[in-house]
Design a binder for this molecule. Structure first.
Ligand SMILES: *Cc1c(COP(=O)(O)O)cnc(C)c1O
Length: 384
């Protein structure tokens, strides 16, 4: 039996050498490599500014802080996302207002946003689920009409394109993740991109305790011990060790994407003729990063449910995951905001059926074959 984990990061000698160089040169925390990482990242995305932080969650938090989210505000968030997207809204004692997703794309359903907008609504956080960009044109139009900010959760979408535009250049601020399982990784890390110089500057100050500009330089030759604290900040800076990893990974980002795209195409081709399986839809006008390969089960045609299917794959050595447990199912969201599954029929429908198959650049053709053969075998065993 083969063993195929759900994810393996793609780490080569280049990443190892970069980290070793940071360790040897003695500059461990945020410094020149971080600045180089930011420069390369914004060039790759095509944004005016990039601010490196220690997670995507931190990037989302700083974004909401600089656009001015306050207690009592409301922020529109899709149901089907990682908890970080809504958690950052709670940091302000603002309310994450959940909106149902589409059944075929699992993206926020733009038809259902407007009815949730109130006088208190300040922002929308679209999530580019699995790497497919959300419907950015209608979202930006709604934002314009109601004077809202758009902060994109791009944790999955490096790289991805919406009508030819790269994700990271469309909304007011975009937050990327370099968590261990994401499309490029720094172990832990994140980046905020924006075209607004004031916001970029303020996020740079806030990420290191609110200390006046270039605080990290106080330990360099040019630096001095003196500094000021301009406002109450956070400990959200990244390190040069992480940035060294990021620099090596960013160089490969396009190739890593080609590999994931190849795997997605092989799965799509192999599964398309099975009525027991429901392929994930990517809309025609956009390109997914294929961070995830979501597959849904046609439960009406099968004698096995989603959890049983995952168990079968596990018994055959194949790791899977579920993206995501919708937020309204969590105790905190139920108790604090009173959300119920009945309000979000599409999210429930997706959640009952969906699983994520392994899709990472290091997968061999034999490993892809093995996943395909086993999915098909389980389907044939359990079809009605
Ligand atoms: C991973 C993830 C995050 C959080 O990223 P971190 O870098 O771990 O903070 C946010 N949103 C989504 C959709 C994610 O998948």
């Amino acid at each position: 039996m083969m063993r195929i984990p759900f994810h393996k990061p793609y780490i080569t000698e280049e990443e190892i050498e970069g980290v070793v160089d940071s360790l040897k040169n003695g500059w461990l925390t945020m410094g020149k490599k971080t600045i180089e990482f930011e420069e390369r990242f914004k060039a790759y995305i095509g944004s005016q500014h990039a601010v490196a932080v220690n997670s995507c969650t931190a990037a989302l938090h700083l974004a909401l802080r600089v656009i001015g989210i306050k207690e009592g505000d409301e922020v529109i968030v899709p149901t089907t996302t990682f908890v970080a997207t809504a958690e950052v809204v709670n940091y302000f004692n603002a309310k994450p207002v959940l909106v149902d997703v589409e059944r075929d794309t699992h993206l926020i359903d733009v038809e259902k946003i407007e009815e949730k907008i109130t006088k208190r609504t300040k922002a929308i956080i679209p999530v580019h689920f699995s790497g497919q960009p959300a419907d950015m044109d209608p979202i930006m139009e709604l934002a314009k009409k109601y004077n809202l900010f758009v902060v994109e959760d791009a944790a999955h979408s490096l790289p991805a394109w919406y009508k030819g535009r790269k994700i990271g250049t469309i909304g007011d601020i975009t937050a990327f993740s370099f968590y261990a399982t994401k499309t490029i990784t720094t172990g832990e890390g994140g980046m905020a991109t924006t075209d607004n110089p004031e916001w970029a500057e303020r996020m740079k100050i806030l990420r290191l305790h609110g200390i006046s500009k270039d605080a990290w330089k106080r330990y360099t030759k040019e630096g001095s011990w003196e500094y000021d604290v301009l406002e109450n900040g956070y400990k959200y800076n990244t390190t040069d060790i992480n940035a060294a990893l990021g620099l090596a990974q960013l160089k490969k980002a396009d190739w890593l994407w080609e590999r994931r795209k190849h795997i997605a195409e092989r799965y799509n081709e192999a599964f398309k003729d099975y009525e027991e399986l429901i392929l994930y839809r990517v809309k025609e006008d956009r390109t997914s990063s294929w961070h995830l390969y979501p597959l849904k089960l046609n439960l009406e045609a099968l004698k096995i449910d989603r959890n049983g299917f995952i168990e079968e794959l596990k018994n055959r050595g194949i790791g899977t995951s579920v993206h995501f447990i919708p937020l309204y199912r969590f105790t905190y969201y139920k108790e604090r905001f009173g959300y119920t599954p009945q309000e979000f029929p599409n999210s429930e429908w997706v959640f009952e059926r969906v699983l994520s198959l392994p899709i990472y650049p290091g997968m061999t053709e034999e490993e892809i074959d093995y996943v395909i053969e086993n999915v098909v075998d389980i389907v044939k065993t359990y079809r009605r």
